[in-house]
Design a protein. Structure first.
Length: 358
C-alpha cells in the first residue's frame, strides 16, 4: 500500500478543497455564502494540518516534534500579518502588536488554563508539570522589550521604535528564541521530554514516505489557511465594525485562527494525560510568535518604510505583567491544581472582555 493509501482521505481532501476555494475567493472575493463556505473549509483545513503536523512530529520524535507545529503556526501568523500590512499599511500599524499580544494571552492563559483543567480531569486534583516547564516561561522577556520599552525610549515619539531600535529588538528576539531551541533540542533536551510515555509512544512511527507525504500536505494546508484567512479578513473587519468593537479585535481573530491547530493538539495531549507535551506545544507557540513574528514584520516595516507600532497601552501592560507573574507561580512549583487553571482562564476572560469594552 502506498503512503497516500495509509493516510485518511479527509487529511488530503480538505486541504485540496481549501486550496480550490482559496483560488475561487481570489477571483471573485469572499462575500455572502462563499465567505461562509470558505470559513468552514478553513476550519477543516486546520484539522488536516494538525493531523499532518502530528504525523511528522511522531516520526521525528520529541523534543523536535513539538517545534514542527510551532513553526507552522508562525508561518501562518506572519503570512497573514504581512499580507494585511501590505494591503492596509496606513490602517494597520498596530496589527502585529495586537496579534502577537493576543497570541501570548490566548496561549499563556486560555490554552494553558484549559490544559491544566483537562490534565486534572485526566488524573487527579493535582497535576505534575515538573521543572521542565520553567524554561519556556523564562524565555518570555522578548515580549516586554518589544512592546513595553516603546513607551520609555526617547528617540521617536509614541509607541514606535526608531529603525536601529527596531533592528535591535528583532535581533534579540531571534537570539532568545534560538537559545530556547538550542536548550530544548541540544543542551537540556531531557527537560522537555514527557515524564512518562503515552499510548502514542508505543505505536509504531509512520514510515519516511508517509511522513514526507504528510509534510507536502501540511504545506498545502498552510498555504490554503493563509490564503483563506487573508480572503476572509475584510469580512471579519466588517463584522467587527458592525459590532462597534475596537480594531484590536481583528488581531485577536487572527491569533485565534493561527493558534487553532496547535491549541487543538495541546488540548488533545492534555486529555490524554500528557501534560508535559501539551504545555510544550502551548508555550512553544507563544515563544515562536514572539521570537519569529516580531523580526519578520520588522524586516517588512523597514524594507517598505511602513509605520510599525509595538508599544502596549497601560491596560495590556498590566495584563502582560499579571500573566507573567501568575505563570511563574503556576509552572515554577512543579505541581498545579484546578484552581490555577481557573485563574488563568479568568485572566483570559478579562483580556477578551477588555478588548471589546476597553
Amino acid at each position: 500500500m502506498s503512503a497516500v493509501g495509509r493516510i485518511p482521505w479527509w487529511t488530503w481532501a480538505w486541504p485540496a478543497l481549501a486550496l480550490a476555494i482559496m483560488l475561487g475567493t481570489t477571483l471573485v472575493g469572499a462575500t455572502g455564502v462563499l465567505a461562509a463556505v470558505a470559513a468552514a473549509v478553513l476550519i477543516l483545513a486546520v484539522f488536516a494540518a494538525v493531523y499532518h503536523a502530528e504525523m511528522i512530529a511522531h516520526r521525528i520524535g520529541e523534543p523536535f516534534g513539538t517545534l514542527v507545529l510551532a513553526v507552522a503556526v508562525t508561518v501562518i501568523e506572519v503570512g497573514l500579518i504581512v499580507s494585511i500590512m501590505l494591503g492596509f499599511a496606513a490602517e494597520k500599524p498596530g496589527l502585529a502588536r495586537d496579534t502577537v499580544f493576543a497570541v501570548v494571552m490566548i496561549v499563556c492563559n486560555g490554552i494553558v488554563g484549559l490544559c491544566l483543567l483537562l490534565g486534572a480531569c485526566a488524573t487527579t486534583s493535582k497535576v505534575s508539570t515538573s521543572r521542565e516547564q520553567a524554561p519556556p516561561w523564562r524565555c518570555l522577556p522578548p515580549s516586554p522589550f518589544s512592546r513595553l520599552f516603546c513607551h520609555v525610549t526617547s528617540t521617536t515619539p509614541g509607541p514606535v521604535f526608531s529603525r536601529s531600535q527596531l533592528v535591535f529588538a528583532a535581533v534579540i528576539s531571534l537570539v532568545l528564541y534560538g537559545s530556547f531551541v538550542f536548550v530544548k533540542t541540544v543542551r537540556h533536551r531531557d527537560y522537555f521530554l514527557p515524564l512518562q510515555a503515552g499510548d502514542e509512544a508505543h505505536a509504531s512511527p509512520p514510515s519516511t514516505s508517509t511522513a514526507l507525504v504528510s509534510l507536502g500536505l501540511l504545506v498545502v494546508a498552510l498555504l490554503a489557511i493563509v490564503g483563506l484567512g487573508k480572503a476572509l479578513t475584510p469580512a471579519v473587519e466588517d463584522v467587527v465594525a458592525w459590532l462597534g468593537a475596537p480594531k484590536a479585535v481583528v488581531g485577536i481573530a487572527i491569533a485565534m485562527l493561527v493558534l487553532l491547530p496547535e491549541g487543538l493538539a495541546a488540548l488533545r495531549a492534555a486529555r490524554a494525560n500528557r501534560l508535559q507535551t501539551s504545555l510544550n506545544l502551548a508555550l512553544g507557540s507563544a515563544l515562536a510568535s514572539i521570537g519569529l513574528t516580531v523580526p519578520a514584520v520588522a524586516v517588512v516595516s523597514i524594507a517598505l518604510g511602513q509605520r510599525l507600532e509595538l508599544g502596549l497601552d497601560t491596560k495590556d501592560t498590566v495584563l502582560l505583567v499579571l500573566t507573567r507573574f501568575v505563570g511563574v507561580i503556576t509552572l515554577g512549583t512543579g505541581r498545579t491544581t484546578v484552581l490555577q487553571g481557573i485563574v488563568h482562564l479568568v485572566i483570559f476572560a478579562t483580556f477578551l472582555f477588555l478588548a471589546v469594552v476597553p
